[in-house]
Structure formats: structure tokens, C-alpha cells
Design a protein around this ligand. Sequence first.
Ligand SMILES: NC(=O)c1ccc[n+]([C@@H]2O[C@H](COP(=O)([O-])OP(=O)(O)OC[C@H]3O[C@@H](n4cnc5c(N)ncnc54)[C@H](O)[C@@H]3O)[C@@H](O)[C@H]2O)c1
Length: 368
Amino acid sequence: MATQRRLKVALVGLGRLGAIRARILAYQQPRIELVAVCDTKPGTDEWARQNLPSSVKHFVDPEDCLRNGGAEAVLISTATATHAPLICLGLDLDLHVMCEKPISVDIETTEQVLAKAASKSHLKFLVPFCRRYDDSYRAAKVMVESGSLGTIHAVETTCLDQQDPFGFFVTFSAQSGGIFVDMGVHDIDIGRYFLNVKEGLANPKKQVNRVIAMGQQAVYNDLAKYGDCDNGWGLIEFANGKVLTTHLGRTLTNGFEGMTRVCGTKGHSIINGNSTINRVEVRDTHGVRTATTPDAFVLYDKSFLNDLAEFANAVIDNKDLTCTPDDAYEAAKIATALQYSFRNKVPVYFDDHGLPIMENAQVNSHHQ
Ligand SMILES: NC(=O)c1ccc[n+]([C@@H]2O[C@H](COP(=O)([O-])OP(=O)(O)OC[C@H]3O[C@@H](n4cnc5c(N)ncnc54)[C@H](O)[C@@H]3O)[C@@H](O)[C@H]2O)c1
């Protein structure tokens, strides 16, 4: 029997998500061979030794890893601020690249990365949004495309993180770009996924009319220092009249919830209306209770396998990816505009080139 070709992958970043990715790459991807991992943090070599096959080499320098790790492709799972230079390095070294969202926290850097990826069209480049790779979202998409919900005119989402007593994301906020850029980019993407936002446009470049965002520091007052909030609301009007609303939060006490309501003229579909960890209910003197997923890694656990499988198939079989760099770009522009709207207390309109009209569109800065 012929041995199946396996894509040799290097993983850069062994943090919260990277450690999950490392195990998936090493043990749960029949078409992938994890050949190298890299993290600058001391102790990650020991973690790799204990948790990964002995054949996986550990590096502390990402360039050394990409040049000498023996990989054909790289998965970048580092802190957001390092994504853009690492993507460009990978592409320059002729590696296929998959990178966690977002590409960058500012539009200009995102554009530079996309131009680099376009100049290397023989290489696959994937920035996966995990909901697109979730089986329930995929089933809802099939239903939407069948027309059984009628015309989809609006999407409502919530993405609510569990309260963290240590407030990790407060200092993380300085690097993450803020709640709309870091978290909201998923909700924007899933709204675009269901709303067919390219349909019926007079000007195909302009997909959005306007956005407005509001927010609060309900629990974590220190977020104000970073121009960030722990509860944020975004309202997006697309150029074809469709509407997306999203509530993003970091203060839920029962766990992590991620819900999407797809509103059609014949019916609505709700995905993860109750983000339960399993199908068990407790009925007692408190009423009816279910346990909530603790975080997005658990709620979307299968997505982190599905996107890697699609990436490997796309490279090995030269197939198209279902989530394109353009999707990442369009979502990033909206996310940046929402963060700006929140920080400056103004609505943001989009111009005929499809860019948000902001005083400083280059940097997603919180300095005013
Ligand atoms: N659902 C999703 O798609 C999803 C979920 C969580 C996180 N993310 C994204 O994944 C990325 C990582 O998130 P995380 O929560 O694992 O962060 P993390 O801070 O826990 O881990 C990042 C790791 O990268 C390492 N690192 C940083 N710079 C490096 C460099 N130049 N070279 C090598 N290693 C480097 C750090 O030492 C750390 O171990 C973020 O961009 C985040 O936005 C996506």
C-alpha cells in the first residue's frame, strides 16, 4: 500500500492555543507531520519533550525554526503583534502559511501582508475563523443556502468570555488591539458568512455603509487605560442593507457563551443558544441547570482540527480554501472601525474604496 503523503508542518508559539494546536498536529492529523516547534519562552522545550513525539525539534528562534526545521508549512500561533512579520518571513522562505487571527491590529499592516501573500500565489495562506469550521455553523450554512429560512436580512451574535479573576486580558489588551479587534473579528466574520454581503452591490469594493460601537468597563476599570472595554456592542450596516449586531463581553460568570442568530424572512436559526458542555441537565430546587463551556477552546474544539485538515488538504491536493485572505481583510477593516468608533464615540462611515473613514486609519491607536 502506498504511504500517504503528509505535510511537514512547523508550529511557532506554544501558548494557550499553541499547546492545543501542537497536540492536534502531532496526534490527530493523518495528513500532517509535526516536524518542529518554536517558542521564545523558557521551559517550552521541556513541555515539548514531555508532550510531543521525540522526532519534533524545538527551536527558540522562529527564523532558525522556519529555515532549519524541515517544514513545508508553518502554523503561527504567537502573540498577535508578531503575526505579520512571521507570515512574511514564512512566505519569503517559500512556506505555506496558516496563522491564527487576526493578521494585525492595523489595516495598513494587514494590507501589506495580503499583498505579500498575493505575490506568492503558489503558496496557500489561511487565517481561519473557528466558527466557519464548526459543524453546527456548517449545518446552519447549508440550511441558509437551501433557502428554507427565506432571505437572510440580519445576524445577531454574542461572544461572552468567562470572568477571569486574574484579568489576564487587561494587560493583553495593550497588544491585542482591543475587544472589537481581538474578539469581535470572529463575530464580524460569521455575520459576513451568513449575510451574503457581496450580493447586490452597486460598488463591489464597498461592502459596508457604516458602523457604530459602544462599550463599558463593567468590572475591569483598568481597561480604560488601553482604550478598551469589557462589554462592547457593535452595529454594522452593510452596503446591501443587511445588518449585523454583536455583543462582546469578558464578564460572564457561568462560563463562555457564543451564540449566533441568523434572521431570515421565513425563519430564524440559532446556533449555540445555550453553550452547554454536554447534554446533561440538573433539575433540583434551583430549577433546571446545565453546565456551560469554560472557554472558546472547548466550545469550538473540533474547529481546531477541521481547519488544519482543510489546510493540509488544500496544500497536498492543491484545493481552494473556504476562508480566504480577503475575508480576513474585510473583517479586520470592520473590527478596526468598531474599535475606533468606541474609542472616539463616533459612527464610522466607509468610503467608495471600501475603507473606514477614520482620522488615523493606519494605526489602531488608543491615543487620542
Ligand atoms: N478562536 C481563535 O481563533 C483563537 C483563540 C485564541 C487565540 N487566538 C489567537 O492565537 C494567538 C495566540 O493566542 P494565545 O492565547 O495562545 O496567546 P499566548 O500568549 O498564550 O501564547 C503566545 C505564545 O507565543 C510565544 N511567542 C510570542 N512571540 C514569539 C515569537 N516571536 N517567536 C516564538 N514564540 C513567540 C509566547 O512565548 C507564548 O508562549 C493570538 O493571536 C490570538 O488572537 C485565536
